[in-house]
Design a binder for this molecule. Structure first.
Ligand SMILES: Cc1cc2nc3c(=O)[nH]c(=O)nc-3n(C[C@H](O)[C@H](O)[C@H](O)COP(=O)(O)OP(=O)(O)OC[C@H]3O[C@@H](n4cnc5c(N)ncnc54)[C@H](O)[C@@H]3O)c2cc1C
Length: 350
């Protein structure tokens, strides 16, 4: 590929952060290229979506496709956190209770990627981002497994591996001790979990169980003290059949700064990670992608200078991250205070 193929925006990663960025930019007439290293459909954890995602899906023009996909819906969650189990409903209006989605990510991410392609986004897949092309501190494109691509903006939406932050040596601040989430899938029947997901705390951490498809359940375990072995399974799902071994993911709370700069934006997990108890990683990936897209559109149309777009984005991202962080710290306080060697959570100042 050569400079003849120069894009306004090149996006690394075809998860919800990358596709939301791509769709929003394409809707506003920008020339967009998106590269994704995996063949789709590919599996990914993160199925449970809050009903608050629906307005975003409408804005991106995929609400109908998602509603027609037949994903399971649920009216809230069961929470058993240092006490009685209670049902926390999402809310309701005159049309009835608000419902979340159990969006199977292989399908959900494919629907968003198809919408991006329909709007004219050039999708390179499988194609892996290698190195950013940087000239005098300005990101001007990237090298990929299919060759170099020049672009006015490079967006890192490659998820929690934080590709561009590592390549540019950006500062990543941890806000928790190292945390690993373990997750797995099982097949069979667990009627108690069919109405709504459940999160249960214990003396060391928590366990989440959600029905994600007919006869298929996902569990996530986070422990502050010890890691489960490869064959661990929640008690409620003990008689169900595991799909392979449990997998582990680094979910240490962290924020990259600056998450935008000359010629680049970081969106979704590439910019900020909290553990899954914060429960809306997909929503955050999409909103940060749409926010970055909005600022890139303004910049490409000459309405606003790039440096102020970058600082506005960083401030917006940091405010949202701290808001979620303070909520999560409050959520964990009862567990951490009971541990003999409680890990310290980073204090926050806005
Ligand atoms: C166990 C677990 C459970 C979770 N549960 C939930 C949940 O129930 N609800 C929720 O909202 N969130 C949940 N999350 C969080 C959610 O999965 C993430 O926040 C969300 O997927 C982030 O989206 P993203 O687009 O930023 O990145 P991702 O979805 O990770 O997408 C990144 C994409 O980039 C591609 N990529 C990576 N490197 C490159 C490269 N060099 N070149 C090209 N492509 C590349 C990857 O293949 C991938 O497709 C969970 C997370 C974990 C770990």
């Amino acid at each position: 590929m050569s400079s003849q193929t120069k894009a306004d925006v090149v996006i690394v990663g075809g998860g919800p952060g990358g596709t939301a960025t791509a769709i929003h930019c394409a809707q506003k007439g920008l020339k967009v290229t998106l590269l994704e290293q995996a063949e789709f459909p590919r599996s990914h954890p993160g199925e449970t979506l809050h009903p608050g995602i629906e307005p975003l899906l409408k804005r991106l023009g995929v609400a109908e496709q998602v509603l027609n996909a037949g994903f399971l819906r649920h009216p809230g969650h069961y929470v058993e956190w240092q006490g009685e189990r209670e049902f926390q409903a999402f809310g309701e209006d005159e049309q009835g209770p608000w419902l979340g989605f159990q969006a199977v990510r292989s399908q959900f991410d494919s629907l968003l990627l198809e919408q991006a392609q329909t709007l004219g986004v050039q999708v390179l897949q499988p194609c892996r981002a290698l190195e950013p092309l940087v000239n005098q501190g300005q990101v001007q494109g990237l090298n990929t497994t299919l060759g170099p691509i020049d672009a006015t903006f490079v967006v890192d939406a490659a998820g929690s591996c934080q590709w561009l932050a590592r390549k540019l040596g950006l500062k990543t601040t941890p806000y928790s001790p190292p945390l690993r989430a373990y997750y797995g899938y099982v097949t069979g029947e667990c009627p108690e979990r069919d109405q709504a997901p459940l999160i249960v705390s214990d003396t060391e951490g928590w366990t989440w169980i959600a029905k994600v498809e007919h006869q298929r359940y996902q569990w996530t375990r986070l422990s502050f003290e010890r890691q489960p072995d490869a064959h661990w399974q929640p008690q409620d799902l003990a008689n169900l059949c595991p799909e392979g071994k449990a997998r582990a993911v680094d979910v240490t709370w962290r924020l990259v700064n600056p998450a935008a700069g000359p010629g680049y934006f970081l969106v979704g997990d590439a910019a900020a990670v909290l553990d899954p108890a914060s429960s809306h990683g997909v929503l955050k990936a999409m909103t940060s992608g749409m926010m970055a897209a909005h600022l890139m559109v303004q910049s490409c149309q000459g309405e606003q200078l790039q440096p102020s777009s970058a600082s506005r984005y960083c401030a917006w991202l940091r405010t949202n991250f701290y808001h979620d962080l303070i909520h999560l710290q409050g959520f964990y306080a009862p567990i951490l205070s009971a541990l003999s060697s409680a890990p310290t959570l980073q204090s926050t100042s806005l």
